[in-house]
Ligand binder design. Structure first.
Ligand SMILES: [Zn+2]
Ligand SMILES: [Zn+2]
Length: 245
């Protein structure tokens, strides 16, 4: 079977799964009563939301109330306007996101989108992005997994907040040089080369990037730079989690 065929088949299987399988809690995977999409009552106390003080730029928790920015944003200033992450990147969410990403659990997207709506729905509406743009994955990864988790998440979120999703703007190419061979500065440049805008000029002025996890921000920053170079004025981001690893 060709890889294109394989990826199409995986997508169809995922669609069917979504149609026939009742929604489950993304953490314990128990079927939810009443067919509601959410994290179940037993798992809810196990997840940790972000508490103030948080970085004015990326939204990551910081330990010093006197500080405005986290160490990552201070060392490497960011060109996006602001980030709206929903939760801490800790267990049991960590494991759940691995399943969401690599093990065909694309149906978790709805629960996670709801967590973003609960924590930052108002902020996102206020930021007023014209579209949500999922951070793209390379075609070979897409073929292996059958879906891009960021795109599935963006679609759920867009449906809740009534914001369109555009997955045609950003594309991911292959990194020509392996990241591990490079120093920090070169890594960022290399990552920027990995994202391309399909159109030389993007028609949007204000957009919001969507990804599952935000760590140091190098991916979001690389996407921001590409979009700004193509004419976008303001870039925001939202993610399920934010954390150090
Ligand atoms: Zn649960
Ligand atoms: Zn920050």
């Amino acid at each position: 079977m060709g890889s294109d065929m394989g990826s199409r088949l995986k997508r169809i299987i995922n669609k069917i799964r979504t149609l026939f399988y009742p929604p489950v809690c993304p953490l314990c995977e128990e079927v939810l009563k009443g067919g509601k999409t959410r994290i179940c009552d037993r798992c809810r106390p196990k997840i940790t939301y972000l508490t103030e003080p948080t970085c004015l730029k990326c939204g990551k928790e910081i330990d010093d109330i006197e500080k405005e920015y986290c160490d990552d944003c201070k060392v490497k200033p960011k060109s996006f306007v602001k980030g709206f992450p929903a939760m801490r990147y800790r267990e049991p969410i960590k494991r759940s996101i691995v399943n969401f990403k690599y093990h065909n659990k694309s149906t978790f997207a709805d629960c996670y989108a709801l967590e973003i709506v609960k924590t930052h729905g108002k902020d996102i509406i206020e930021a007023a992005p014209e579209v949500l743009i999922p951070v793209p994955v390379h075609k070979s990864k897409l073929e292996k997994r059958g879906y891009n988790q960021a795109e599935v998440l963006a679609k759920s979120l867009g449906a809740y907040l009534n914001i369109p999703v555009d997955n045609t703007v950003l594309k991911r190419t292959v990194n020509t040089t392996p990241q591990k061979l490079l120093d920090n500065e070169e890594r960022q440049k290399n990552l920027e080369r990995a994202f391309i805008s399909d159109k030389k000029q993007v028609q949007y002025k204000r957009i919001m990037l969507v990804d599952d996890i935000y760590t140091t921000g190098s991916t979001i920053e690389a996407c921001t730079k590409v979009l700004k170079a193509a004419g976008v004025k303001e870039v925001y981001f939202t993610s399920i989690c934010i954390g150090k690893d």
